[in-house]
Design a binder for this molecule. Sequence first.
Ligand SMILES: C[S@@+](CC[C@H](N)C(=O)[O-])C[C@H]1O[C@@H](n2cnc3c(N)ncnc32)[C@H](O)[C@@H]1O
Length: 272
Amino acid sequence: MLISSATNPRIKHAGKLLKQRKFRQQHGEFVVEGVQAVAEALAQGWRLRQVYYHDESVRSEKALQVLDELDARICIELTRPVLTRLSERPENPAELIAVVAAPRDDLARVPVSDDMLAVVMEEPRDPGNLGAVIRTADALGVGGVVLLGPTVDLYGPKTVRATMGSLFAVPVAHVADVDGLAAWLAKVRETAGELRVVATVARDAGPVHDHDFRGATVVVVGNERRGISDELRAVCDAAATIPMTGAAESLNSAVATSIVLYEACRQRAAGA
Ligand SMILES: C[S@@+](CC[C@H](N)C(=O)[O-])C[C@H]1O[C@@H](n2cnc3c(N)ncnc32)[C@H](O)[C@@H]1O
């Protein structure tokens, strides 16, 4: 099938998925652009509903491989202007743009064990920060990310892009409020045994390198503007601060998360 009109219902559908959070939620699907990300979605077993491409723009081995592996019925050729219209980067559209089914939003997807490492983010508002945390979590082998309260859309195009494909490798789930989180933590403790829930705070806690991250740990990160709420702080067992010496009042939340996770992984690798 070749689609040559931007008013084709499938293209209009994908366009709405890119623009409207409500539409994404209604249909349980979202759009991902780029060969690496589409290949990762496929490799991780996510359901690709359509994969759009323009024949003459498909050049890389990887893109050809992905198209080859997929059921031909979901691979849909577009004319160059239609692909450009659909792309988030019209000046340089990716070889592949896919419509992907979102998995069920379920905390049970976050793996639990006696050496688990997971992240809780309270009300992240910036898609770049959320995407960067998911990307770091993937790179450092973190088991899952839990989003607490109202958040930026995990499946919005800016978040998806910022994850650079890691969205498909790390389980991410939402919990509505601190009571829901506390109930999940209680359940985790039944399996993981001793679990430490560590609040990261911009000041007034012991330095992060003095904290023991070797057992089952959940690292808690606050909202970009307000930090960690009192209610959330109350369900944490400890707090850690990355020492800062300059004039900055705090670190960016994704940067702080990366530093703390690096320290946790360093300690775990050292085993000491
Ligand atoms: C931009 S900061 C929030 C700033 C907020 N005004 C406050 O005072 O908490 C966002 C989050 O990043 C983390 N963070 C930022 N700087 C940190 C630091 N130096 N040590 C540990 N965590 C930090 C905390 O989780 C914080 O809630």
